[in-house]
Design a protein around this ligand. Sequence first.
Ligand code: UTP
Length: 299
Amino acid sequence: MTRVRVRKAIIPAAGLGTRFLPATKAIPKEMLPIVDVPTLQLIVEEAVAAGIEQIIIVNGRGKGTIEDHFDVSFELERTLRDRGKKELLAVVERISQMVRIVSVRQKEPLGLGHAVLVAREAAGDEPVAVLLGDDLYDCDGRRPAIGQLIDEYERLGQKGVVSLMEVPVGQEQLYGIVSGKVLADAPRTMHIDDMVEKPAPGTAPSRFAIVGRYVLPAEIWDILARTKPGKGGEIQLTDALKELAQKGGGCYGLTVDGTRHDAGDKLGYLGANLAWALKRDDLRPGLLALMRRLVQEHN
Ligand code: UTP
């Protein structure tokens, strides 16, 4: 079998974002900013930094702002140029030059597995990286999260790899949970033998949850195409991954070396904004002073 490098990434961004209503009535949650950069742009930058050459964004209804954001904006660029705003111009121009981006439409949000499947034609049945459009990893100074998964995929002989996070007791029912065995020579990697999507309280096989990043071998396409609706009537990516783990070429989990922020959740989103702002010299001193004042006022 020919070995194909992971060159393409899919970013599902077609969910309804109900947890952020009313903000997400007209704006996709993936476009909500982390300080002044849309969440989705940070995720595209992660993929590019990991060596991805083409990005397929899965859009839903009313997601035109996503396409506009990554497209050239002649009027804005001309105005910035005329006004001599060179730095801002460079910031805006860089976005449309970053990487080749195509978008595909998921007509109805029928689940994450379905969102990935609608990108099949654009992906051309190749192995793919998948980065959820509302999940951020901060891996400053280290290999980007999706790059860590791609490295493990190659090291393991092109096997499926998903990112794992140990979640607090009682939160297992919010995630896809895996069970398996940690590798003796790689303590961050687990050979997965089972998976369950949102297990009922008290039934989870472990506290290791699948979160936001996946590298999938080309074998996943046929599996996804025959995956029936599961939990919540949605086509679950977890169900397809379970088949890959148990009847296909196998699946592993990697605990990424970095900090994950769930930007699809209110507290996670606020935390991501604070974490990214605190990294910036222009914002850190003012933000720390503001936080000290707010803590005092609310104590
Ligand atoms: P979520 O379950 O967090 O997204 O999916 P959601 O349904 O929009 O969120 P809430 O609960 O209503 O607030 C994780 C990622 O998968 C995408 C979402 O856009 C998000 O980036 N997704 C989910 C799709 O693209 N299509 C789907 O059918 C479901």
